[in-house]
Design a protein around this ligand. Sequence first.
Ligand SMILES: *Cc1c(COP(=O)(O)O)cnc(C)c1O
Length: 234
Amino acid sequence: MSSIADNIGSVTRRIQKATLQAGREPGSVHLLAVSKTRPPEDLREAFASGQRAFGENYLQEALEKIEALADLDGIQWHFIGPIQSNKTRQIASAFAWVHSVDRLKIARRLDEQRDPALAPLNICLQVNINEEASKSGCRIAELPELVAAIGELPNLTLRGLMAIPDPDQPEGDLRASFRKLANTLKQLKTDHPDAGPLDTLSMGMSGDLEMAIAEGATWVRVGTALFGKRPAKS
Ligand SMILES: *Cc1c(COP(=O)(O)O)cnc(C)c1O
């Protein structure tokens, strides 16, 4: 079995190669290590190999790890899971990024609860790109209103869009989903130049990061390829 350090090396090389092949600037794609279900020691090992950004889906589990790893200077926490409105206060104080904002109520609460003494919270809007009934995320049609409203909130910085396309669709459709998210971001940037940097596309995971990078991903969220297969959820 390969070590976490080896895996970070090979995923980093995959990212570099895909970035080069896409004709994109070296360093323009960031690796988010998705560490849900993993014990703090695994994150410590990744940190020791240079990894700084970690993505967590479940708040309680995340808070325990954040506390256990408080000695790691420069570690950066990203929240990427579904958000219940009674959990926003803890999310607003413990994380640097939230990739999974999908409604205005949540954005407003995060803004109100973010300590203004901290840097603004970086936000991505999660889009239900394939309009799957079971998935979280807003519809593309809702984005203009959301972007306009969130752009006004002082303690949030609107960075861009996130999606988790249906991984079981044919490769061509998956690529089209990534492209659709990229084109949607471009349009929003044109229509709402003052809403925020809108410089971020959070898309691509262990199995499809090359395709996502070819279509413009700036953060790839990678779990399995770094930490191995997750235990089945009970
Ligand atoms: C679990 C998860 C990932 C990582 O998926 P892998 O296939 O293990 O790389 C990425 N994004 C989100 C939102 C996730 O929940």
